[in-house]
Structure formats: C-alpha cells, structure tokens
Design a protein. Structure first.
Length: 626
C-alpha cells in the first residue's frame, strides 16, 4: 500500500506538470501576440509589462536592504577587449557568440581570463582582423590587475570564435585550452613556461563545423580528460537567401538569422586514448544528438551514482539528456526525464540550488519561452523516489521566480553562486536579443542582465539594478562566468558583450557571511579532479558542489568550488568524494579561507568499483596562503 501511494502521488504530480505545459504553450503564443512582434522589431526591454502575462507573478524586494553589490572594473584592472570590431552583416554565426573561459593557466593561484573573439564577417571574401579581432588572454596579477599576455602566450585565435574551455588534457599539471568556432576549432597545448602551441591535429581533436559550447570531463573514469563539443547548424551562405524570411515561434525572422533555416549538425565526443591522442566516439557512445542544434553541454552526475551524465541544451530542437551507463555508453533518457522539452535553449547552470544533495538545472531560453528551473526529483525522500532508479525533473521556474520574468528576454549564460555568503545560492543570467533593432538593423536589441537574490522560502527576487548601476543598462550579452578573481571570498562575475566591451564585476557586497573555497588536485590522472563532489556541513545545513559541472554559455567558471556558510564560524564537516570513488572527511575546518586538497587517484580499479565503495578516512587539512 505504501508503494502504491507513492506512485499515485507521482502520477498526480506528472498530471500537474502536463497541465502546466499546456498553460506554457498558450502563454508563448499569447506573449508573441501581445507584443505584436514583426520582422526587425525590438523585443520589449527588461521590466516591460505585458498585461496578465509578464507581471502576474512579479516579485519585489520592497524596502528590504539588498546586500549584493558590484563594481565594474574592466578598464581599471586592464581588461582592454572589444568583441567583433568588424560589425555584423545579418548572418546567423555572427550573432551567436562569444564566451569567456576562467582558468589558472600559469598555476600561481589566481584565475586568468580568456576572451574569445569574432574576427570578421562570414560573407565570402570578408577579411579577418588579426589585430583588433583576435581573442585575448589576460593574466591575473594577484587579483590586483590583469595583463594582456596574448602575444607571449601564443593564443591569439583569429577566426569566427565562439567558446572556450580549460582542461589538463595531457595530465602534465597545467591547463590546456580548447577554442570553438564557426570554422576550425583549435587546441592550444600549455607548454608549462607561459607559452602554448597549436596541437589540434597532433592530438586528433579537429572539427571545422559550426561549433559552439565545449566541456571537459573524465566520463569513462580512466584518469584522463575527454572532450565534448557541441555543433550547431550547417550554415551555408547563399546570396539569394538575403532578404528572405522564415517563421520562428510565430515570428518572422530573416532567413539568414533563423536557426530553423539550417539543418542541425551532430556533436563530437573526443575520447582520450591515454597516450596524448583522441578518437571521436560520439555516435558509438550514443551522444551525437544528430537532431539537436546544440549550443551548450554540461557533464553532471544527475543520479548520484558517481558517473558523469551529459545534458545538452539545443536551440529549436529538444534537449539531450544522456545517462552514463558506466561502460562507455549512454542511454538517452530525454523523454522520461521530462527535461528535454522543445524550446530555444542556450545556456546551462548546474547547482544543488535547494540543498537536497542532488543536481538541478537552469536552462536559459529564447523570447517568450521562459527560462526553465529543472528541479531534480530523482531522490526525493518525501516522494519515495530513487528506488526505481528513474531520473526525472520538474520545471519549477515560476515557483522559484525565474520563469515569468524572462518571458520578454533572450537568455544566454547563467550561473548559481552565493553572492552574499548567507548559505543560499543566488543566481545570475546574461540577456541580449537576437532580433535586430528596427531603427538600425546593424545593431541587435540590448537587454538588461538579471541578478537573483535568494531569499529562502520567499524564492528568488531580481535585484540587478539595486546591485549596480551598470547592471541597470541594457547590453547585448552572450557569454558569462563566475569567479573569485581577487580571492577575497566574494564571487565576482564576468560578462561577455556581443559587439562591445566585457563587464568585469567585482563583488563589493559589504554585509556578507562567512565562506570557504575548496580547490582540488589529483596525482596520477584527471589533475583538476573534474567530477569530484564536495559536501560542506555548517550551521545545520549541508551543501554540495560538483567540480566542473556547470559550463554556462560558451564559457567556463572557475574550477574551485565556493560555499557561503552564513553566520557559521567553522565547518563541522567537509567531505570529498573523489572521481575514483575514494572519500575523505575533514572536521573543524576554519572559515573565510581557501583550502587545497590533493589526492593520489587509483584509476586501475575505477571501472570495476562501485562509486560508493571508496575509502573512508580522516586526513589533515593543508591551508593555501591567500
């Protein structure tokens, strides 16, 4: 009787979810009809009201003091970068990028910034600007300034750049860099002396299609990093297409700007052979996703079994949800997971936002589709779930405050981080339209970013304008990442702006709680411990974070994990579950410090061992000097 009751409760929830889906479908059409969008018209900006649709669930912080503050410091800190100086020509690839990747390439303990660039128009014969249009690497000088080291490092990518991700693909201890593009992708191998070499062909990771997001992981747990590359559409320029239009979600879009005009491309999974070379195995592994117009992908353990699963955000096609079977193959669980709906998906943010110790997903979407907040229902004690092994989600975007507010926006990069260190993860979303300004079609419509303050049982409230005056100005946002670049215990934000200069947002929040920052290293393989989990128990709450799980949009966050712990003056328990299954627990850990832990990985038995059969042990903690 008890089991039957649980199943009936699940059925009722699923029925409610189906009803909400019907309401959402009606809302999409309603917003488009209400806004009266036509070819080349601007989308209503942030805060625009569409009666009965964009305001009925509005939340206001009222007179409460908002603790979150940012100061824009790009110019002051030496970040001199302009995206796409050539301007646009109303062609799809030009409007989709670019991103920013955060990684400590020189191993000095401070995270550096790599900005991808778009070096020229994609019309045949258009020149590439190898000076103003190249990508740039900025070395972080002790959190006090950034220095352009692009020339000396040799990573000034010139091309139609999209995204980038740092990963130690050769297990030599330093971070290598993969850059995606509309055209040939590039792997820059770190030589350990501040310089890089193009090792794309040598390593076997060539891809010359329209690539977008990319993400590193050790999906087969053999101790070396593998690489997943999203491919978008088969864009082919034809002069006769210019001036034509095609419908996209009941709006008229120029044919050459509409992703529905072009067929999707399958994605690539480059499996590391362990000898410094890769083989492409996406179709063999079951993750090529050939019908998806893919823009972002995150490796994340969705069912807490120790194996990295794969979530793929697809534009105008259903998303991909692939469960890692632990034998080199994946199972497509998109339909049964309820997290593979057909919308225009761009970015992914991964976090255990509700602190129930499983990973949840925020997905950003195109106009009139609402951003999604997929709450993980796989292991829910109140529901009795998890016993049957089914992985499934419920979209709670409206309930938590992410949904309706995004109806008139086009969302891109996103993330969860505790901006005020109160023990509750806040959130941020980069917005920017893909529709042209009807008064000047050389420009895209700008929109304001979102910063969501987590108020616990009251849900999330959007406070960007209260956090910084610069966030109250519309931008054409695309990529974005979160990183504590000055190591002061407050999470900062980096925003990549299409056709403009990036925002480097230093967190200057004054009244914040305590915090701990955890950096993991491994000897013997997977040197950055991608896929490891850290559990922090403090002040009566246990939080969890997974190293490398969130990939934003065309961008990469800092690989260190950050926890706000509020008023707690120490961490009672800090538990690490390493990628090979070994576990360790540290007790009485001091707050307001960065900590580093190193593990000697045992990958000889990994494939045969249960992820929960690791060694339980107590180890001494080694503090890293700030």
């Amino acid at each position: 009787m008890r089991v039957t009751g649980r199943k009936d409760k699940r059925k009722r929830l699923l029925a409610r979810w189906g009803l909400l889906s019907l309401v959402f479908t009606a809302a999409v059409g309603g917003v488009i009809a209400a806004t009266g969008l036509r070819l080349g018209e601007a989308v209503p900006g942030a805060g625009a009201q569409v009666a009965g649709l964009t305001s009925v669930l509005a939340r206001d912080v009222g007179t409460a003091a908002v603790p979150i503050r940012f100061e824009e410091v790009a110019a002051a800190m030496g970040v001199n970068f302009t995206h796409m100086p050539s301007g646009r020509a109303s062609l799809l690839p030009e409007d989709m990028g670019s991103g920013v990747a955060c990684g400590d390439f020189d191993g000095d303990g401070f995270v550096d910034l790599y900005f991808v660039n778009f070096s020229g128009q994609v019309t045949p014969g258009a020149p590439l600007d190898a000076v103003a249009g190249r990508a740039k690497l900025f070395r972080n000088v002790r959190g006090e300034s950034f220095v352009d080291v692009t020339d000396s490092a040799g990573v000034g990518h010139v091309g139609h750049g999209m995204g980038a991700a740092w990963g130690d693909c050769d297990n030599d201890g330093d971070l290598d860099l993969y850059v995606t593009a509309f055209g040939p992708n590039v792997l820059y191998e770190n030589m350990g002396d501040g310089t890089f070499v193009d090792a794309t062909a040598q390593r076997g990771v060539q891809d010359a299609r329209f690539s977008s997001g990319c993400s590193w992981a050790d999906y087969d747990r053999d101790g070396d990093l593998d690489l997943y590359v999203c491919n978008y559409v088969d864009f082919v320029y034809r002069n006769e297409d210019r001036g034509m239009s095609r419908r996209q979600y009941e709006t008229e879009q120029p044919y050459t700007l509409n992703p529905s005009s072009y067929p999707p491309e399958p994605n690539s999974l480059f499996r590391n052979r362990g000898d410094g070379t890769f083989e492409e195995v996406a179709a063999q592994a079951g993750v090529a996703d050939p019908s998806g117009r893919s823009l972002s992908a995150s490796w994340v353990d969705l069912n807490n079994d120790g194996w990295g699963d794969l979530y793929v955000a697809n534009d105008v096609s259903k998303n991909g949800v692939f469960l890692n079977l632990g034998n080199g193959a994946f199972q497509d669980i998109g339909a049964s997971s309820l997290a593979a709906d057909y919308r225009g998906a761009m970015g992914i943010a991964v976090a255990d936002f509700d602190n129930d110790l499983d990973q949840d997903l925020m997905i950003t979407h195109w106009l009139a589709q609402e951003n999604a907040m997929f709450r993980n229902m796989t292991i829910d004690p109140a529901m009795g779930d998890g016993a049957d092994g089914r992985v499934w989600f419920m979209d709670d975007a409206d309930q938590v405050g992410f949904g309706q507010i995004s109806l008139d926006m086009v969302g891109w990069a996103a993330g969860f981080c505790d901006l005020d260190n109160d023990g509750l993860r806040d959130a941020w979303v980069v917005n920017g339209s893909t529709l042209e300004d009807r008064h000047d079609t050389r420009r895209l419509v700008a929109q304001k970013p979102f910063v969501f303050w987590n108020r616990g049982s009251q849900g999330y409230v959007e406070v960007a304008a209260r956090a910084s005056t610069v966030l109250d100005r519309p931008i054409v946002g695309r990529g974005g990442a979160q990183v504590d670049f000055d190591k002061d215990g407050r999470m900062d934000l980096i925003v990549a702006v299409h056709g403009g200069e990036p925002l480097v947002l230093r967190n200057t929040s004054a009244k914040v709680g305590h915090w701990v920052r955890v950096l993991l290293r491994q000897v013997g393989g997977n040197t950055r411990a991608l896929g490891a989990r850290v559990y922090v128990s403090a002040g009566g709450t246990t939080q969890m974070a997974e190293v490398g799980a969130s990939s934003s949009y065309l961008s990469q966050d800092d690989l260190a994990v950050h926890f706000g712990v509020g008023a707690a003056t120490q961490v009672e328990s800090l538990r690490i579950v390493w990628p090979d299954g070994a576990e360790e627990v540290h007790r009485g850990v001091a707050v307001d410090r960065s900590w580093s832990f190193e593990h000697e990985g045992d990958y000889s038995l990994t494939v045969y061992a249960s992820p929960r059969s690791g060694i339980q042990r107590e180890l001494l903690v080694t503090e890293v000097a700030r």
